[in-house]
Design a protein around this ligand. Sequence first.
Ligand SMILES: Nc1ncnc2c1ncn2[C@@H]1O[C@H](COP(=O)(O)OP(=O)(O)OP(=O)(O)O)[C@@H](O)[C@H]1O
Length: 227
Amino acid sequence: MNLITVKNVSKYFLQPTRMQVLNDISFEVEKSKFITITGKSGSGKSTLLYLLSTMDTRFEGSIRINQEEMLGRNNSWLADFRNHHIGFVFQFHYLLPEFTVLRNVMLPALKLRRYPVAEIEHRAMELLQLLGVGEQAHKRASLLSGGQQQRVAIARAMINEPLIIMGDEPTGNLDSYNSAAVFELFRKMSAEKGQTILMVTHDEDIARKSDQTIHLADGKIDEIMVR
Ligand SMILES: Nc1ncnc2c1ncn2[C@@H]1O[C@H](COP(=O)(O)OP(=O)(O)OP(=O)(O)O)[C@@H](O)[C@H]1O
């Protein structure tokens, strides 16, 4: 069954002049797959991911995620959908520097209040341990290295066990060693929890190791590689 179905999606920016950034994009993603989105700078990768993240619903066409159409939904419905189903990891991790690592990971779950605080703390600790930063849990986030902070950001994206994890160049500011390590962690987590990963990347090695690569050129799908 498809988790994501994108059909004939086009996107225009109106400022400074009207420009078509995505042109008739269609593809499907099955559950539990690792998908990469590649293409030259300016080809529309981030714009596409942003639409898939449901933060921007001004597009033509159709985006269905988990059987739900995103077009035409109001903001509060979308925010609720995101909180429950989508986790994000960006190039710059946006942790709250003054908060402890543990608190940073717990925050998205505290917002949803699906579990008691003690249970959220327990799950956050488990994730941090799985990601190899358990010992840092009680430190302030700003004291960790870039690679460690990125692992914390992954734990934060995973705390609500979202169906989909999205990343825009999540390993973009890491060296090749840490970048490969973070990629393997994504893989491991998706295999263990059945999560679907969608990642924008410039890194050819990462793209080659993913299940499916959507390659964009000038806002169009140039090629879809399924491995
Ligand atoms: N908010 C916006 N308003 C107007 N134009 C935009 C906006 N965001 C992006 N664009 C333009 O849309 C095109 C695609 O941008 P996008 O960021 O999606 O590309 P990208 O493939 O992710 O590039 P990069 O690899 O450099 O991040 C670019 O020409 C960009 O200048």
